[in-house]
Write a protein that binds this ligand. Structure first.
Ligand SMILES: NC(=O)c1ccc[n+]([C@@H]2O[C@H](COP(=O)([O-])OP(=O)(O)OC[C@H]3O[C@@H](n4cnc5c(N)ncnc54)[C@H](O)[C@@H]3O)[C@@H](O)[C@H]2O)c1
Length: 357
């Protein structure tokens, strides 16, 4: 089994609750790779103290440049888990120093930033891998399996609703409300949840988006939007999404519609409706089941283990800019276009075609 040594930059919520526990569990249960976190960088001393407690042998640094100066030679990878405004800079610095990078979502705040990150991965011949962890939720895997079996035929319509009763908070030791500050986040719930929403839509519609029409709503006095609704025209269908930080409940509801039936997901509950045509019209046979996916646990530790193994696989194959990364670029392009549409009161905005995605 291969051991990969690496560093984490930004020891906040998702690093301490998601990535690091999952990396520490790696190497068991038939994993192809084992990850070791040997260094951590964070600007907040209290977070470094917590990192020292969780990772007693890790070397600690106040910023990623100091870490790279001292550690780059002996590291294989870096996990970038700082707020979005820092993703491009930290990722490019790490790639330029020869490290493979797993970067949190959204990959970047703009296609201009994202393009620079992809170019650096190509130039450095290192893997840049995005954090598409929702694909590893057991219920999402169950949907994938149903689609692969052709249970609902060819999907031409999907809806993706993500309801949250508030914005996610960062760790209290730093700046818990950075998602409400445009300079750190680049946007509100669209920037925060758009990636998870759109990479699922890309997979389910098995095609690329052509245009988007979107509206946003921002609570008075806030810098970033609380709600985003959009309709995305795809080569093979349509996706509609509603993302909210002001919902009455924390929940995801997804529906997928094909020529032979439909799938509905509500957190752990999956309902499959299969259509049969009779002389007196269409009929549906429905089956329901629960696929425990821990949606209420925002750290998603279990989902990250599988994601980390995929990252290791891309490193093994030398896949510097792979399909997941191109999807991630597509998510950034779609978020950017949705914001442009919303600022033009919902006018349809076309997505650029061609490279890099
Ligand atoms: N994939 C997912 O499901 C998921 C879930 C939550 C967050 N995230 C993403 O992870 C990233 C971090 O989010 P979070 O919720 O963990 O935030 P957080 O506020 O909890 O943590 C951010 C950490 O970065 C540190 N930091 C700030 N500036 C820094 C710098 N210049 N250098 C080094 N460290 C610095 C802070 O001290 C803090 O410890 C974001 O991009 C977010 O979108 C992804």
């Amino acid at each position: 089994m291969r051991t990969l040594r690496g560093a984490v930059v930004g020891y906040g919520f998702i690093a301490s609750r998601g990535h690091v526990p999952a990396l520490q569990q790696s190497g068991a249960d038939g994993d192809a790779a084992r990850f070791e976190v040997v260094a951590v960088a964070d600007v907040t001393p209290a977070r470094l103290a917590l990192a020292a407690a969780a990772l007693p042998s890790a070397r600690l640094y106040p910023d990623h440049r100091a870490l790279l100066d001292r550690e780059a030679e002996r590291l294989d990878f870096m996990v970038v888990a700082v707020p979005p405004s820092l993703h491009a800079e930290v990722t490019r610095d790490a790639l330029a120093r020869g490290l493979h990078v797993l970067c949190e979502k959204p990959l970047a705040r703009s296609t201009a930033e994202a393009r620079g990150m992809l170019a650096q991965a190509v130039e450095s011949r290192r893997v840049l891998y995005p954090s598409h962890n929702y694909k590893h939720a057991p219920v999402v895997k169950a949907v994938r399996a149903m689609l692969d079996e052709g249970a609902v035929g060819e999907v031409s319509q999907v809806t993706l609703d993500t309801f949250r009763s508030t914005h996610a908070k960062g760790v209290p030791e730093w700046n818990p409300d950075w998602r409400r500050q445009r300079a750190w986040s680049g946007g509100g719930i669209g920037m925060d949840h758009g990636s998870h929403t759109f990479y699922l839509a890309f997979d389910w519609l098995n095609s690329r988006p052509r245009a988007v029409s979107a509206r946003t709503w921002t609570a008075p006095g806030e810098e970033t939007e609380d709600n985003l609704s959009c309709s995305v025209d795809f080569e093979r269908g349509v996706a509609t999404a509603h993302l909210s930080w002001t919902a009455g409940v924390r929940k995801v509801i997804y529906t997928l519609h094909g020529d032979r039936g439909a799938i509905r997901v509500e957190d752990d509950a999956v309902e499959l409706s299969v259509k049969t045509r009779g002389a007196d019209g269409d009929r549906w046979t429905q089956t329901q089941r629960l696929v425990s996916s821990s949606w209420m646990d925002a750290s998603h530790t279990a989902w990250f283990r599988a994601l980390h193994q995929q990252f290791a696989g891309a490193i093994e194959r030398g896949e510097h800019v792979g399909a997941e990364l191109r999807q991630s670029f597509g998510c950034v392009a779609l978020i950017e276009a949705a914001y442009a549409s919303a600022s033009a009161r919902g006018r349809e905005v076309a997505l650029a075609r061609g490279a890099p995605w």
